[in-house]
Design a protein. Structure first.
Lengths: 345, 345
DNA sequence: CTGTTAGCGCCTTCAA
DNA sequence: TTGAAGGCGCTAACAG
């Protein structure tokens, strides 16, 4: 078991012995601490190099009491949305000298909690996470006594976990207003999942705006479960088309993934977008990938992550947040592409 | 700096003091080691629970000399292909009681090497990686003295890093034979990137099979760089269509991502798949996502990862591999979907 | 059945 | 400018 590889790994002691100095000297040379002659430093560093010495970060973390590591847990690494966030987070963290541990909770509350424990056990200095769902808040807030935690999505009212998220009410409003400006008077919301707070807010403001403007703002709902947002869009819009004979003028999809599903349903039926039907989504994810590039409403993902990491670091350095400071709503923007066109007729 | 949060984290000592036992007893209770009365165990565990004690894995790893952690480094977390592999690896590793550190090398040799150092510094017990490119081998093989390493793709001849990969020659052969069986006699290979060993093998056997069967097996190449495989397929097939007037009967795309690009190019020009053009890809990634679900050739991704982790663990437990054992070629299979149909005319 | 003790590899005072 | 020694939190002998 311990004979692993038969080769003993080089430690700072080995280096010290080989170089004929003390471990303290090696340590100082390695960490660029002053107070030693340039020639010993270079000599020691040379020995390290020659012996291919790699410092043991565990031991270092143990004595230093900080690991320069943050943890990120997301529900599904396979989703382009989360993958994008992780990539950006990795880049941003690296810039700030942190390493990142990624965890995939598989959309499972229990695994989410397990991973929090694991990360804390590994002495991360902060955790960034995209909650599995609204119940996450209750499960996880008590971990805040160990380590700063920031959510990348809104948390339920009254929960102490701070967050950085999109102002989803604004998102819904922007999408609805834009379609109305395009001249549409009959719009349909597809892919609504009432369990998601973001969806609820989008729908709510969508309905507010349409009602106020005096135009039709329908919502098509089904009871079923779908294995992905794409599936949801594809199946739900398919069902809608079977039930109703008249197409709406425009569709608001609950997300870009849903919108891509709607596109698939349309292609199969030879409904052309945007000629016969305009379509708008949310999130700006994979919006330029499929056959039709999607007009969408979104915040900047890199800003999202950047603000969250900033907040984490601020908390980590002992600055306690005022309540409002822990609730950051980023303003979304319209990103015009090809799936909507001015209504004429 | 150390005043972090103002709260001192609970350690095993605190628990021991609180419970009125020694640290050894707490440790034994926690790790389920025998030789203690059931009532002390339960009592101690209760105290741990009450104090919300989370063991410090760093300290544990330091003394145990093993961390139950493996590292995985991939070039691009944003690619569905790598995302899929990571997800499967995480699941498989968890099953075996390992945690996983993920790293995103951003398709950059230097970062790839940096992450290897970081992982080794963190005392991972093995590294699984998908090489940035063929140069990776030279950069990384020397890390094998620290820790078992397995590549998820073929390594250049003569390199000591063991690997588990698809038998790509077989892939190309399967695709070509299938199209010939479908009755096609004029086929085009799109998206060839000569820098990729997998592509070279696919093309080679594609040409071998077509030549032997006496049918046309063309390859369309361009000099340009593309920002993604999808782009490559989309742009390259677009260019092809502009230059030539006659469509081939079937297209072999270098990967499914490329194939999806080809689909986009076709949709824009009203070329219907599979009626006017049959299309086949490789990898079985996102093959059922876009408008047309793609016929493709691939190994099982979960098997791929499983075999690689197995190999890692075998190496880790000190068993040295024979040369052939370190070179595993998995047999790909045809996955029939909707993008190919029997040729009639 | 339980406690004492010696490190794991590293950093950091405190002396020299 | 350098070295010796203590300790980070934990586990694993070895005593009792």
């Amino acid at each position: 078991m311990k004979a692993k590889q038969g080769v003993k790994v080089t430690t700072i002691k080995d280096v010290a012995r080989e170089a004929g100095v003390s471990v303290a000297t090696v340590s100082r040379a390695l960490n660029g601490l002053g107070g030693m002659s340039e020639e010993t430093r270079e000599y020691v560093l040379g020995v390290c190099e020659r012996m291919a010495y790699v410092p043991n970060s565990l031991a270092r973390g143990l004595v230093m009491q900080h690991t320069q590591t943050i943890g990120i847990v997301i529900p599904d690494i396979t989703s382009p949305f989360y993958a994008k966030l992780m990539e950006l987070a990795a880049g941003e963290a690296k810039l700030l000298g942190y390493q990142v541990l990624f965890c995939n909770s598989f959309r499972n509350y229990e695994m989410e909690e397990d991973y929090f424990k694991l990360l804390i056990g590994n002495q991360v200095e902060g955790i960034l996470f995209f909650p599995v769902g609204e119940q996450s808040a209750k499960n996880l807030y008590h971990f805040m006594r160990y380590v700063p935690i920031v959510a990348l999505n809104q948390m339920p009212e009254g929960n102490p976990i701070p967050y950085v998220c999109t102002d989803e009410a604004k998102s819904g409003e922007i999408a609805a207003r834009y379609l109305i400006e395009c001249g549409f008077r009959d719009m349909l919301f597809i892919g609504y999942d009432a369990r998601r707070m973001a969806h609820r807010k989008r729908v709510e403001s969508f309905q507010g705006v349409t009602k106020q403007a005096g135009v039709a703002g329908r919502i098509f709902e089904t009871e079923r479960q779908y294995k992905s947002s794409f599936e949801r869009g594809y199946r739900q819009f398919g069902e809608f088309l079977e039930q109703k004979t008249k197409l709406p003028e425009a569709v608001i999809a609950a997300s870009d993934a849903t919108a891509n599903g709607v596109i698939k349903a349309c292609v199969e039926r030879n409904i052309s977008i945007p000629e016969e039907l305009s379509l708008i989504g949310f999130d700006n994810i994979n919006a330029d990938l499929p056959t039709i590039s999607l007009t969408t409403v979104s915040i900047s993902h890199s800003l999202h992550v950047k603000r969250a990491i900033e907040m984490l670091i601020r908390m980590q350095s002992g600055i306690s947040l005022k309540r409002e400071e822990g609730h950051v709503f980023l303003k979304p923007e319209l990103i015009e592409r090809d799936s909507c066109k001015i209504h004429t007729s």
